[in-house]
Design a protein around this ligand. Structure first.
Ligand SMILES: CC(C)(COP(=O)(O)OP(=O)(O)OC[C@H]1O[C@@H](n2cnc3c(N)ncnc32)[C@H](O)[C@@H]1OP(=O)(O)O)[C@@H](O)C(=O)NCCC(=O)NCCS
Length: 165
C-alpha cells in the first residue's frame, strides 16, 4: 500500500468529496446546491486555490487558500481559508503534508505572510498543530458582521469554526 500523500489542485469532479470534507470540518448543515455554487465560484477565482490531498488513492484532505496584495506588507498575503482532513485518517500526516505544500508554495512565490484563523477550542489548536508546523500565534481579535443567515452554525466560539463564520 502506498502511504504517500499527493497534493493537487481540485477540479469540478472533486466537488462531492469536498462537500463531504466541509461537513467533517464542522459544517454538516450546508445545502449541497448552495455549496456547489460556492465551489464553482472558488474554482473560477484567480486569487484562490483549492487543493485536495490524496492518500492511498482516496481524496482525504481539502484546503482553500486566497492570495492578495496588502499595502502594509508591501507584498502578498496568503490566507488558508479552509483546511480539513477526513476523520478516518487524521493523525496520519496528511494535514502536515498539506501545510508543507502551502508553505513551500508561499516561499517559492515570494509571499510576505501566510496565515490562518482558527478557534482555540479546536482540538488541532489545543494539540499545538499549527505551532508544530511553524506558525506563531498573533495577538489579534476577529471582528465581524454576518449579513446572511448561515444556518444552525452555533456561536463564534463554536468548535466547528475554522475561518470562523
Ligand atoms: C487539523 C487537521 C487538518 C490536521 O490534519 P491531520 O492529518 O490530522 O494532521 P497530521 O496527522 O499531519 O498531524 C497531526 C499531529 O497530531 C498527532 N495526532 C495524534 N492523534 C491525532 C488525531 N487523533 N488526530 C489528529 N492528529 C493526531 C499526529 O501524530 C501529529 O503529530 P506530530 O506532528 O507530532 O507527528 C485535521 O486533524 C482536521 O481536519 N481536524 C478537524 C478540522 C480542523 O480542525 N481544521 C482546521 C481548522 S483551521
Amino acid at each position: 500500500m502506498n502511504n504517500s500523500v499527493a497534493i493537487r489542485k481540485a477540479t469540478e469532479s472533486d466537488m462531492q468529496t469536498a462537500f463531504k470534507l466541509i461537513g467533517e470540518l464542522g459544517y454538516p448543515d450546508l445545502a449541497f446546491t448552495e455549496f456547489a455554487t460556492a465551489y464553482e465560484s472558488v474554482l473560477k477565482q484567480p486569487a484562490m486555490t483549492l487543493l485536495v490531498a490524496e492518500y492511498n488513492g482516496d481524496i482525504v484532505g481539502l484546503a482553500s487558500i486566497s492570495r492578495r496584495p496588502q499595502l502594509r506588507l508591501a507584498g502578498d498575503l496568503i490566507t488558508i481559508d479552509e483546511l480539513v482532513v477526513a476523520e478516518n485518517v487524521r493523525g496520519s500526516g496528511v494535514g502536515r503534508a498539506i501545510l508543507h505544500y502551502i508553505k513551500s508554495m508561499s516561499r517559492d512565490s515570494a509571499v510576505r505572510r501566510l496565515e490562518l484563523e482558527t478557534t482555540r477550542t479546536r482540538e488541532s489548536y489545543e494539540r499545538g498543530f499549527y505551532i508544530k508546523n511553524g506558525f506563531t500565534e498573533a495577538n489579534s481579535a476577529v471582528m465581524r458582521i454576518n449579513f446572511a443567515n448561515l444556518g444552525n452554525t452555533g456561536t463564534d466560539d463554536d468548535w466547528r469554526t475554522c475561518n470562523s463564520r
